[in-house]
Design a protein around this ligand. Sequence first.
Ligand code: GLP
Length: 237
Amino acid sequence: MTWIEVNTYEEMSKVAAEIFFKQIQNKPNSILGLATGGSPVGMYKELIAQYQAGHLTFKDIQTFNLDEYVGLDQTSPASYWTFMHDNLFNFIDIQPQNIHLPNGKAEDLAAECVAYDASIEAAGGIDLQLLGIGVNGHIAFNEPGTPFDSMTNIVALTESTRTENAIYFDDPSEVPTHAITMGIQSIMKAKEIVLIAFGEKKLDAIEKLKSGNITEDFPASQLLTHPHVTVIYGGTK
Ligand code: GLP
């Protein structure tokens, strides 16, 4: 695991964007794994700026997002589909058919989970996966206690995660109780992973990860067994 400590959120975003920039330059038809939340917004802005400056094209890029809420319409303001379009996809030349998010409104959610993993495999697997981290160490929506060998599945969200994510909803009671998420094993299959975390809130989680203790009670710790992970982090108490 490579650790890069940064001083500001902007610096974190630039360092992460540089890794994605190089990936896209080296392999213009890369398969990218993308994440939602506050952490990646700055990185997405950097990539949009590079695209607008003519340094980058996404025309042959495919993306797979980590997760989506169960029960929200794709176009709901709080869906991850909307988040990704508002923060990245609407501003770059990615082809709509190359954008993939799990469908949290699928009639058969179990079948949707299997199909999502299969579509990642069929695309050739994820070349570069972006991750944030929850304060309880969750990655995507894999909460503490999730088996390390989990593939895409339906999960119940913990109260802590629902509270953290309530800012994206008009009322905390509207935060869905379940989500469809790539599993820890689906994430671990990525060839390379970049985890970003900035701010006081995330320090404990980063410290725990640094301690090197691998346990299902702290989902991100499985990343310690992956051969190519970069953690870009910063912030002080
Ligand atoms: C949500 C997402 C995660 C994300 C986490 C942290 O729970 N499902 O993928 O990493 O929030 O989000 P933020 O970057 O806003 O702190």
